[in-house]
Design a protein around this ligand. Sequence first.
Ligand code: GCU
Length: 345
Amino acid sequence: MSRKKTFSIMAAASAMALTLSACGGSGGNDAGGDSGGGSSEGDTMRLALNQTEQHPSYITLTDFGERLSGGTDGWDIQVYPNETLGAQQEALQLVSDGSVEMAIVSGTQLENLNENFKVFNLPGVFQSIDHQMNVLNDEEIIGDLFTSLEEDENITVLSGGFTQGARSVYNSQRPIETPEDMNSLKFRVQESDVAQEMIRRMGGSPAPMAYGEVYSALQSGVIDGAENNEISYLTQKHNEVAQYFSYTEHLVGIDYMITNTDVLESMSEQDRETFQQEWSQTVDDFTALWKTQTEAAHATLEEEGVEFNQVDKQAFEEALAPIVEQNLSNEAQRQIYEATRAAAE
Ligand code: GCU
């Protein structure tokens, strides 16, 4: 048995204990249990999220659940925010095991299961949020990729996704204007090779860790900075412990909705159609809310004393340029990359 599986069983056990004590159990059919008939009555699906209740994902997912319960034969979603069911790496395993039905995970997590997901985690691949959304809703580009985890992992990735907007660096020491300014500083990154390589090329040292650990790592000085969007920076309160936010805008990130494949297949045809439609609506609602909340977050952060600055964009682009070629190592990745770039405005 691999380390991953052993770990997942432990994580599943603790998440189940948590779930049962939190809500007294869902009392319905098991996720991944005797499903597969395509007609079973619905149940409450648990959704693991690592964001706070103020984040647009929590808000739009809660609405998604309400619409589902009104429009299907008993399907509903219970969103567990703040990593209550585990950080994203654990959540991924829980969905695979069927002990949690759904989760929102960053693209970086999926590159660890299928390297072709790396393409969408590369700097410069998406030129805007609208470009990103067009690509991630284009079945011709994402079709094979998003079903690629079904057989081995029992995970289906839903089309679209939640944009992470442009990610930039922030730290507790100084404004960053050039890659040299990042020298000798340690930046937290998501747990992925591409993310680590990216910070190295940008001039800093990478420290991979889970999202929920970043605040205390910044506070204790274990790391000097991190990289993220303004909404995450604000909702995680990282501005309290790292006040310099520098607009590197090195990539437009993506969060995927992953679901347990058995659970999806246990839905009646009609409920699955409603599920898909309501999910597409949720993606649109999220994208719209994202744009207004990003502006609002910026204004709040300024009021709270964050020092924003622009950077030498060209210097960062040049430093990052080789990372694309280096990470396109097979034909499928190249095709996804070419199709994505061709869809840019
Ligand atoms: C963003 C993203 C999360 C991700 C986080 C991170 O907030 O939406 O899914 O986990 O960045 O940096 O870990």
